[in-house]
Design a protein around this ligand. Structure first.
Ligand code: URA
Length: 302
């Protein structure tokens, strides 16, 4: 039996999600409520207690900030922002001006982010994303590496150059698509002068609301998850070798997982390149792009 606390928590999450689905981005929470939320979870409360209605919306604190600022006990029970399986918000698309303004605001918030103190102090730049905010196709990677941290742009190192080649082989330019990562800061590697590390679950949970908001604003027609970490972050699914090549859905958007380009740099087998290319052919078909005979045959032994 769920406790009254669980019921109240579920009702509050549902209410916040409904508000967000209707375009509300801010709710007010009184200092008293925040103080109460910071208390330990009352596990002994009877399940018959009536949930009190959640706070009415008011334009001051962002929903995701409220989620991240309230008591750890509540925060742990909240999903990774809105989970990838949640349907897309039924809101009308923003005007081009409003969309650009919302995107600029989001970017400014991410650029000033200090939520992971160790990453904020080790980073050179916040790597927010690059490309067209009207793109029909969006690629999501893991996290910036040293080159990306240096240049403040995702996928500019060796793996990035390979991603650019893939995009161009599809008949597109980098500027035609949008590219972002699960994490906006380079994962720190204290004591190491080189190398990268996978983001921790905590880092991913902290940063991913920015990506959810980017996707909500861009509304691409197709998403490509590059590698296992992107799939874990977006859909909480693991096992990229089995997941890739099959369509998934992120809040109503068709999502194709494929191998990360860094994997192709480590494993140069033609068969692995072909797998990624077949995934991209499926993406092109989904987008209604024309595909030449030459494109269909790439990485097949003749
Ligand atoms: N790998 C990623 O996942 N993202 C980048 O931006 C660069 C390398």
């Amino acid at each position: 039996m769920p406790t009254a606390y669980d019921q109240l928590l579920d009702a509050t999450i549902q209410h916040l999600e409904d508000l967000k689905a209707h375009g509300v981005r801010f709710v007010s929470v009184s200092p008293e409520s925040l103080g109460a939320l910071a208390q330990p979870v009352p596990r002994t409360v009877q399940s018959t207690a009536k949930p009190t209605p959640p706070a009415a919306p008011a334009p001051h604190s962002a929903i995701h900030n409220v989620k991240s600022e309230i008591a750890p006990s509540i925060e742990m029970a909240l999903p990774l922002a809105l989970p990838g399986g949640t349907p897309p918000p039924p809101t009308a698309p923003l005007s081009p001006e409003a969309k650009a303004a919302a995107f600029a605001k989001l970017r400014a918030r991410a650029l000033a982010c200090l939520k992971c103190p160790q990453l904020a102090s080790s980073r050179r730049n916040v790597v927010f994303g690059v490309g067209s905010i009207d793109a029909g196709l969006m690629f999501v990677g893991e996290a910036p590496g040293a080159d990306e941290d240096e240049q403040a742009e995702p996928f500019v190192g060796k793996a990035g150059q390979l991603l650019t080649k893939i995009i161009e082989t599809m008949g597109l330019q980098r500027g035609d698509v949008y590219i972002a990562n699960i994490l906006k800061c380079r994962p720190d590697t204290p004591g190491q002068s080189a190398g990268n590390r996978k983001p921790t679950p905590d880092e991913m949970k902290t940063c991913i609301p920015y990506l959810h908001e980017q996707i909500d604003l861009i509304r691409p027609r197709v998403l490509v998850a590059l590698g296992g970490t992107a799939m874990e972050g977006l859909l909480n699914k693991t096992g990229i070798a089995k997941l890739r090549g099959h369509w998934h859905t992120y809040r109503g958007i068709p999502l194709m997982p494929t191998y990360h380009p860094a994997y192709l740099l480590r494993n140069q087998a033609l068969a692995e390149k072909r797998k990624v290319w077949e995934d991209m052919l499926q993406v092109m078909e989904q987008l209604g792009m024309s595909i030449s005979e030459k494109q269909r045959k790439f990485f097949l032994r003749s």
